[in-house]
Design a protein around this ligand. Sequence first.
Ligand code: PRP
Ligand code: URA
Length: 208
Amino acid sequence: MNPMIVEHPLLQHKISLLRNKQTGTKEFRDLVGEIATLLCYEATRDLPLEEVQIETPITMAKTKVLAGRKLALVPILRAGMGMLDGMLTLIPAAKVGFIGLYRNEETLQPVEYFCKLPSDIDERDVLVLDPMLATGGSAVDAITMIKKRGAKHIKFIGLIGAPEGVEALRTAHPDVQIYLGALDECLDQKGYIVPGLGDAGDRIYGTK
Ligand code: PRP
Ligand code: URA
């Protein structure tokens, strides 16, 4: 599946603010949340609706509501947490799981340190959240862990991806639809996305 790059002007404007190295921690964190809300709008476009009958102050009407599809959000710690509240703004009833992974800075391989998922994750549509899809190692491992618990409908939502990460994720999990705010040029020798925005976790939390 080709990645869906969300071209909405508000989202593109906010990503440019994120990329600017002058943007401080508070503004960066707020922007990550706002962009997550915009990505959530796009990634939930195919949620099923059902018709109901309601009474407006004027008359009876047939209208549509969500057909009760069960959702789970799974941020990849740490940086994925920055997207969680922005997603919950639009889908407040979603359950939330957590996967802790960090990249070994030398090997660039993901190292797992935490996994806590909703017990009924196999019955839910899962949205995996991580701002950065670089080599793709973290996203591939996280989705493998979620599939091992029986989940079948999974989407990956990120702010910025590299072609290398998109290819790795598509190869390992061809059934997973990828939503991104931008697809950048390449990775540098340290595995950072170019032009990217730097280290997402450090910029969200003001570390380093
Ligand atoms: C960052 C980012 C992704 C990962 C992407 O996390 O949030 O999880 O790197 O890189 P990959 O596609 O090459 O795996 P990091 O390891 O810096 O951990 P952090 O979120 O705790 O800062
Ligand atoms: N992780 C980040 O936070 N930024 C990158 O550019 C690559 C991986």
